[in-house]
Write a protein that binds this ligand. Structure first.
Ligand SMILES: Nc1ncnc2c1ncn2[C@@H]1O[C@H](COP(=O)(O)OP(=O)(O)OP(=O)(O)O)[C@@H](O)[C@H]1O
Ligand SMILES: [Mg+2]
Length: 338
């Protein structure tokens, strides 16, 4: 059991901690309107747009979550040389996120446009070019990273499979970290096609589907999650693993043998979008504050619970997190061993 007092103390330690985030930056673009007729040009609805929203997505949303909790994120990413890229840089500044964003002339900024009418998504339109970063851009990124990385206790790799996290980047990152006396922890939100790139990292945060794909086993139910988790340890030689279980909470593998289950508390669920970003952001900030893995995971579970109760890719503040802890019972953490 993790007491409320311990959790409240832990929340108070998050402020001002630094987290470096490297990952796929995206523009989440929403066009919202109404349909009154079918197009004369093709058998499709005509959406008349009444509102447009633009949000920081992907790695940007992880950084947004760190900032909302009172942490200090430093975000490394890449955009195209286009107005969407300029908008992302501006949005980072507005959200209080320090960023080092490279401009790649050979790709468009990754953008997901959702066209929504009467609360229903009509179509999603993606712009992306997910090739790995060209060498000169990797050089530019690593000349910056090599100067500042030793100052960071935790690095998050937010991999949405859009090209930033590549074999080239991982090789350079591991070479840079290996000789450091106090090696920063490396946390990864994985993309299944890239599992082989994450050899030897400190912690991965797949959901059950991603864990199952990486393990080659269905991660269903307690025994399925345990088997998939152990297969992932064998495949990746990672130190720890946190499998997020949606409404079932999370399974924290401190090692293949020491596994604990953290349940969610019953609450209203409006929109689970971005809950995974909240989990890794809170976990990273907690570890940067020196919390143990189980306490950081319990806070991440609470923060995700706050975010799923809101519409859109929301965030939780430290105050909201403290209030949630205050209003909930102590967290029961059960051992999950056969
Ligand atoms: N229905 C739910 N009720 C309560 N909590 C939830 C629910 N769905 C998700 N959560 C919380 O969010 C966490 C992450 O959810 P999930 O396992 O769905 O991650 P994910 O698939 O990576 O999310 P996404 O990719 O949409 O950001 C869970 O561990 C849990 O704390
Ligand atoms: Mg996810």
């Amino acid at each position: 059991m993790i007491s409320k007092q311990a959790q409240l103390k832990a929340v108070a330690r998050l402020a001002g901690r630094k987290v470096c985030i490297i990952g796929d930056l995206m523009l989440d673009h929403y066009m919202i309107g109404t349909v009154e007729r079918i197009s004369p040009e093709a058998p499709v609805p005509v959406v008349r747009v009444t509102r447009e929203d633009r949000l920081l997505g992907g790695a940007g949303n992880v950084a947004r979550n760190v900032a909302a909790l009172g942490g200090k994120p430093l975000l490394f990413g890449c955009t195209g040389d286009d107005p969407e890229g300029a908008a992302l840089v501006r949005m980072c500044a507005e959200a209080g996120i320090e960023s080092r964003i490279l401009k790649d002339k050979t790709r468009p900024t990754t953008r997901k446009t959702r066209i929504i009418a009467h609360n229903q998504q009509v179509v999603r339109v993606d712009s992306e070019q997910p090739d790995p970063l060209p060498e000169p851009l990797l050089d530019e990124m690593f000349s910056k990273l090599s100067k500042i990385l030793p100052e960071f206790p935790v690095i998050v790799l937010s991999d949405y499979g859009k090209g930033i996290i590549s074999r080239g980047l991982m090789g350079r990152l591991m070479d840079l970290l290996a000789p450091l006396p106090q090696r920063p922890l490396v946390l990864v939100d994985p993309k299944p096609v890239n599992y082989d790139l994450y050899q030897g990292v400190d912690l991965l945060t797949p959901n059950t589907k991603e864990a199952g794909e990486g393990a080659g086993l269905p991660a269903k139910g307690r025994d399925g999650v345990l088997a998939a988790g152990r297969a992932l340890f064998k495949r990746l030689h990672c130190k720890h693993l946190l499998v997020t279980l949606g409404a079932e909470g999370m399974a924290l593998f401190e090692s293949p043998e020491v596994v604990r289950h953290i349940p969610t508390v019953a609450q209203k669920v409006f929109d689970v979008t971005g809950a995974g970003d909240t989990v890794i952001a809170t976990l990273a900030l907690g570890l940067a504050a020196g919390l143990d893995l189980i306490t950081a995971s319990v806070l991440a579970n609470h923060a995700a619970g706050l975010v799923v109760a809101q519409v859109g890719a929301a965030t939780a503040s430290a105050l909201e997190l403290a209030q949630a802890v205050e209003h909930l019972p102590d967290t029961e953490v059960n051992s999950w061993i056969e």
